[in-house]
Design a binder for this molecule. Structure first.
Ligand SMILES: Cc1ncc(COP(=O)(O)O)c(C=O)c1O
Length: 372
């Protein structure tokens, strides 16, 4: 064994240990094995996937793409076609749009480009964790200001931290996991005063009341992130886009080392979904109707508080300890995302709005917990 190599690898591994990675936890397949039940019995409400999308129509489009595509070629014209479709969808010129390999890759790309060692990235908590992991990987510092008790931004506290060292501001609206949209006036104040790049993560905006994409020209330092994983139900394919003024959009395109970050198959499927936009619209309408009923039913359970939502998931807080609720629900085959303590609430969970039958199973299981 080459000794220098062994030493080098040990040091590398030590350094890599300090970098946190995202862990998805137990999968439905593993849970089904553990419980010795068929996977169809598992109620998966932990990843904010949009099950309201008509699967047979989506599969039909997928087969069309398979027939049309030549897998031997690099994806070149596809990108341009998707950009054209997105300009129609968003009513924004082409040079404002950057295609990426879903939201996570775009976040990673933006942070690699704009955050360097010892730079400060500012955000709020609780919120989506991936930007923090990306900033830490860059050896930057991630500073989080707690949200106010009503889940809105603490604007004065955030403004007080702006300095020449703060290079990135990450805002998420609707926010994961609180599911509310931030006041647009607060976003405007922060974005206009921030001395660096502002990411506004709108992964869930199709389920919400407003989007900043139509106002992008007002914010030269803003990058709005959108994804096909949620409203369009393409989480498996990994497709997303950023909306930014041409100066920033060009940097995101030109300063990315990968010339073809997204597969042509994926891009063509994105085009099909935009050409058949009623699939998404019907799903979003059904989901938001179900969301209202779901929140009402959850709030009727003794010891459960569900908050209003502008996303495809609902935040709940339970009277019973989060660890206990989590474990017991798993035994019922129900998977939620456990948050635990969140601001003034002790036992929080993020719950995807599922189909009525899945939601009913969760409600039944939560009621049973009170009797167990
Ligand atoms: C707020 C937020 N942003 C971005 C993403 C990334 O999603 P994707 O990489 O599938 O586009 C997620 C995923 O859950 C999210 O909740």
């Amino acid at each position: 064994m080459n000794e220098l190599y062994s030493k080098w690898l040990e040091q590398k591994k030590l350094k890599l240990q300090t970098i946190d990675c995202y862990s998805a936890g137990v999968t439905p397949e593993k849970l089904a094995q553990q419980l010795n039940v068929d996977i169809s019995k598992i109620v998966k409400l932990n990843f904010n996937e949009n099950i309201f999308i008509n699967r047979s129509r989506q599969t039909f489009l997928l087969k069309q793409v398979a027939d049309e595509i030549d897998l031997r070629m690099y994806p070149e014209d596809e990108v341009q076609k998707l950009v054209e479709k997105l300009t129609e969808y968003l009513n924004i010129p082409e040079d404002y749009i950057v295609i990426g390999n879903a939201g996570d890759e775009l976040l990673d790309r933006i942070i690699r480009i704009f955050v360097e060692k010892d730079d400060i990235a500012l955000s709020f908590e609780p919120s989506f964790v991936i930007p923090q992991l990306c900033v830490k990987r860059q050896e930057g510092e991630y500073v989080k200001v707690p949200l106010k008790n009503n889940f809105q931004l603490d604007v004065p506290a955030m403004l007080a931290l702006f300095s020449e060292k703060t290079h990135l501001l990450y805002l998420c609206s609707p926010n994961n996991p609180t599911s509310n949209q931030m006041n647009p006036e607060d976003i405007e104040i922060l974005a206009k005063a921030f001395p660096g790049i502002v990411i506004l993560d709108e992964a869930y905006s199709e389920f919400a009341n407003y989007s900043f994409t139509s106002r992008i020209r007002e914010f030269p330092n803003m990058i709005i992130l959108r994804t096909f994983s949620k409203a369009f139900g393409l989480a498996m394919l990994r497709l997303g886009y950023a909306v930014a003024n041409p100066e920033i959009a060009e940097i995101l395109t030109k300063k990315a080392p990968q010339p073809y970050p997204v597969s042509g198959f994926t891009i063509r499927m994105g085009i099909k979904m935009l050409e058949n936009i009623d699939i998404m619209q019907t799903a979003v309408a059904a989901l938001t109707t179900e969301r209202g009923k779901f929140i009402k039913a959850l709030n009727q359970i003794e010891g459960v508080q569900a908050f209003d939502s502008q996303a495809d998931f609902v935040l709940i807080n339970t009277k019973l300890p989060a660890d206990l609720v989590y474990e017991k629900l798993l035994k019922h085959g129900v998977m939620l995302k456990k948050w635990g303590k969140l601001l003034q609430y002790e036992n929080c969970f993020r719950v995807t709005v599922g189909l009525p039958e899945s939601n009913a199973k969760l409600i039944e299981a939560l009621k049973q917990l009170n009797e167990e």
